[in-house]
Design a protein around this ligand. Sequence first.
Ligand SMILES: Cc1ncc(COP(=O)(O)O)c(C=O)c1O
Length: 433
Amino acid sequence: MPTALHAYTTLETRGLIEARPKSGFFVRARLADLVREPDCCAEKPKVSNLANLDPLDSLLSDHSDPKLVPLGVALPSAQLLPTARLGQMMGTLARRMGAAGGSYDVAPGSELLRKEIARRSLEWGCALKTDDLIVTNGATEALSLALRATCQPGDTVLVEAPTYFGLAHMLRELRLKALPIKVESSSGIDLDAVEAALRKKRVTACALISNFNNPTGVLIPDERKKRLVELATQHRVPLIEDDIYGDLQHEGARPRCLKSYDREGWVILCGSFSKTLAPGYRVGYIAGSQWQHQILNLKKCTSLANATLPSLAIAEFLKNGGYDRHLRKLRRLFREQVAQMREAIVESFPEGIGLSRPQGSFLLWCELPKSVDAVKLFQQARASGISIAPGPLFSVDGSFTHFIRLNCGYPWDARIERSVGILGDLVSRMSRK
Ligand SMILES: Cc1ncc(COP(=O)(O)O)c(C=O)c1O
C-alpha cells in the first residue's frame, strides 16, 4: 500500500495523473495532445534560385558555445553518445594497426564497415551488398556526390517544403535550382504534385528525407514510399534518399527505406552515423545504384579517401559494441525528451500555435502566430542565451517566416525548461505587436 501511494504521489507531482474527489486517480489529459499540427501547406512553394541563408553560419558556430542553450542545431547531447567507448576502440585499433592506422582508407572505403552497413540494411528492407556501398565523410558528402553525379548546374531538383537547410545550401552552392513540394504532416510529400512535376519533365532529380524529416519529423508511409519509387522509375528520374534519422523511431519496427522498393536502380541511398554515434567522426555512406561508378570517381577526386581509424571504430561498434542496445536507449530518451519539450511549449507559448508530433528522431517543428518573424526571434533568443533554428533556413525561397525548429536531443533539465519559458515570452510579445 505505501509503495502504491508513493507511486500515485510521484505521478501526480509529475502531472501525469490527477485526483478526483471520492473517485480516485485518473490519467490527466496532456495539453500537448490537444495542440494541432503545423500547417506547412499554407505556404505556396515556387521554383526558386534559393534564398539567402544568413543565420546559418551563426547557427552552426553557436553549437560549440557552452553559454548558449542548444535548441538550434539538430544534434543529440554528447552525453547520450558512446564517445568514450568509441575513443577506446579507436585507441586499441591505433595500437594494433601501427603505421597502417595513419594511412589512407581509399574509396570505396573500409570493407569491414561496408559489410556491417550492408548487414544492417536488411533491417531497412534493402539487402545491400558490401560492394553496393561507398563510405563517405558524413551524409553531407554522400548528398553532394549524389547531386553532382545526377545533375548539371542549372538543373532543377525536387525537394520537400520545408527541407533540411544543408540540402538547400548545397543546391545553391552547386548552382542547382529547387522545386519545393509541400509536405503534409500525416502523409509526407504531396504525391500528385510530384507526379505533375515529373510528367512535365520539370526536374532532373528528387532529393527527399524519407524517415523523420528534418525539420517536420514526417515519416512517409510505406504505400507512399512505394508509389514515389514507382513514379521515379516510370519517369527515369533519380531519387536521392537521405535516411539519416531512419534508426531513430520512437516505437515499433525500424521504418523501411525508399531504396527497399527500388527494383531498377533509381534510388540513391545516403546516410551516416552523425545522429546516433559520433557526428565528429564524419562517417557516412552512399549506395549509388546505377550511378555507383560515377560516384566512386567523384569521391576519389573530391576527397580520395576517408579517415581510417574513425571508419574502423564505427565498424567495430556496429559489430561488437552493442549498437542495437544503444539505439534502444536513444529511442526511449528521444521519445521522452520530445514529449517533455512539447508539453513545455504548449504551456508557455501563446494559443493557436501548431506543433509537430514526430514518431521518431529528436526535432520539433513549430508554427507560431503569423505576426512573429522567426529570424528576429532567432536574434532575440540568441541575445537571451538560447539558440534556435528559424524557419526560413528550411526553405529555398525564404518562406516559413513564422516557423521555428527546436532540438530535443538534450536531456530535459531546468535550464532547458527555463529557456522554453523565455521563448514563450518572446513569442507572446512579438505576436501582440
Ligand atoms: C537530413 C540531414 N541530412 C544530412 C545531415 C548532415 O549529416 P552529416 O553530419 O552526416 O554530414 C543532417 C544533419 O543535420 C541532416 O539533418
